[in-house]
Design a protein around this ligand. Sequence first.
Ligand code: ATP
Ligand code: MG
Length: 286
Amino acid sequence: MTATPNALATGPAGPVHRIHPAEVPGALVKPGAAPILKATDVEKWFQMNHVLKGCSMTVYPAETITILGRSGSGKSTFLRCLNFLEEPSAGVVDIDGIRVAGDPLRSRSRQTKERIRQLRLAAGMVFQEFNLFPHLSVIGNLIEAPLHVKKMHKAEATELAEGYLEKVGLIDKRDEYPSRLSGGQRQRVAIARALTMQPKILLFDEPTSALDPSLVGEVLKVMESLAHEGRTMIVVTHEMSFAKEAADRVYYMHEGEFIEIGPPDQVLANPHDERTRTFLRRFLDV
Ligand SMILES: Nc1ncnc2c1ncn2[C@@H]1O[C@H](COP(=O)(O)OP(=O)(O)OP(=O)(O)O)[C@@H](O)[C@H]1O
Ligand SMILES: [Mg+2]
């Protein structure tokens, strides 16, 4: 094999993915299904700041995962590393067989750049701040990426988008502009927009934390229905009710490491780690 600058990082050897004993397939996973996402020893440095210290995660199709942790523990950075919005300094991400290794030198071949593009299509992201285009109507926001990124025909994209607007209960706002929607409605549009790209897995970064408390419920309801219909989702949230109701597994992140992994019943009600317990005391009576 010819040695290339990133041969180590991208070579077939790479770090070996180990499935944590608590990573047992959730209730909706078809028997024998292989993981759809494997993150292996993901590391992230921001200059001298070691933000992710070897984070691994296994997700099976149809599972809902929640990540909890204090502010600054690295939750958003981990989520962003999964679809290479942030470049992992080391480690490997594999989503639906699309495998990309972190490469601090960023000496990417054309093939690797193409795999990163595919990884981003496979993992749709919903942000705290919605990020809708203000100059486009709701339907315009939904079909923009399918038309320009996926090169879908307009009629097909529109039909798909309308279906997802129905799903989030906003078909009557089809031609409205984002500025004339409530925060909860904007976030539901952002969810429909992510769905219109038909990703294999949906990543949510605190999707309700910018909302007025009275609007949180309508967004959580949509997310719970997606979880129950078997969408694959990873959700960073402080909404313990969502974690309890909808998650197959909870990952507690502390200073860049997943220090506790388990079903919500265990992690939320009976945390083994004192640091998880201290965090949860602020939310729950444990
Ligand atoms: N682009 C960046 N450049 C430099 N440092 C960053 C960058 N993004 C995040 N960090 C640092 O990485 C650490 C983890 O940040 P991150 O946003 O992942 O935390 P978080 O767990 O999502 O927190 P929060 O709950 O407040 O959203 C913090 O110390 C933060 O300052
Ligand atoms: Mg964050």
